[in-house]
Design a protein around this ligand. Structure first.
Ligand code: PMP
Length: 284
């Protein structure tokens, strides 16, 4: 696999990062994951807009213009012959002698991109739906910034695996679901309304979430942007997640409680189909 590392396209075994890179020492870095369908990038401008916001909230240097980043994404997809999968981008505050204080503004940003070949359209998860457990949300309070501080979500996913589930939905101190470890959480009520937590500092502003909400409202679904408890989710007609890597994927059980019939719900399946069709049509 060819990866992009601080200005160069290199075989992955030859790409190296400084020991002093602040992404490595302080998780002083943000990232994006863009899905690729038919060799084209899905929701690219949305991901770049969120990257700009993450950079600016942390006063991180820009790793390049949107056009430059688009060119790197395309070059990597092409060099790796990627048809379906993901492009991961990470931008760091660069390398500087270890100090909690930020280095001078002129320190060049660190920039790494790599591709991952992965089936996204036809997956067992989409076919069967996923089981989740609920865990306390122990992350920091600025989850709207897409930083690489992913240790807690990683631990939560290990806990889910140990419990025989595939993922975890995190629950805040207020008893309300925030989101999945790497996805936004949604439910469908008995009267067919899509309920999803409103945007705030508590959750990542999902690019797939935004597209799916737009498509859902075009479909005539009523949308309630409000928080919900694990108990409301367990009693809901349907539950599902959204993310660049899972698109729309049904949740069929929460803490061992079957959701609806315990199989992927009709709304989730329709939204998945519509999202994929739209993604294929608009990918660049
Ligand atoms: N929430 C979290 C915590 C995430 O890590 C992700 C995926 N990176 C999402 C939500 C979904 O965001 P997106 O639809 O932009 O992939």
């Amino acid at each position: 696999r060819i990866v992009y590392c601080n200005g160069a396209y290199l075989p992955e075994a030859e790409a190296t990062i400084s020991v002093f890179d602040r992404g490595f020492l302080f998780a002083d870095a943000v990232y994006e994951v863009v899905s690729v369908l038919g060799g084209k990038l899905v929701d690219f401008s949305g991901h770049m807009a969120r990257l700009r916001r993450s950079l600016s909230e942390l006063d991180l240097p820009s790793p390049g213009s949107d056009d430059e980043l688009l060119a790197i994404h395309r070059e990597l997809v092409q060099r790796n012959g990627l048809d379906e999968g993901l492009v991961y981008l990470q931008s760091t505050r660069g390398a500087a002698d270890r100090d909690f204080l930020f280095p001078p503004k002129e320190t060049p940003a660190g920039l790494v991109l790599f591709t991952q070949a992965k089936a996204l359209r036809q997956t067992e998860a989409a076919e069967r739906g996923l089981s989740v457990i609920t865990v306390p949300d122990l992350r920091w309070a600025r989850r709207d910034i897409k930083t690489v501080q992913l240790l807690y979500p990683s631990m939560a996913k290990m806990q889910a695996k140990a419990a025989g589930a595939q993922d975890a939905w995190m629950v805040g101190e207020d008893g309300l679901v925030t989101e999945g470890t790497s996805n936004n959480a949604h439910i469908v009520t008995a009267d067919g309304a899509l309920v999803t937590r409103a945007l705030s500092h508590s959750i990542l502003h999902g690019i797939t979430r935004a597209s799916v909400l737009r498509l859902a409202s075009e479909m005539g679904l009523s949308i309630e942007e409000r928080s919900f408890t694990p108990d409301e989710a367990k009693a809901a007609s349907e539950a599902f997640i959204t993310s660049a890597s899972s698109f729309v994927t049904a949740i069929v059980s929460i803490d061992g409680v079957a959701i609806g019939k315990g199989t992927p719900g009709e709304t989730a399946k329709r939204l998945r189909d519509i999202y994929i069709a739209e993604a294929e049509r608009t990918a660049i």
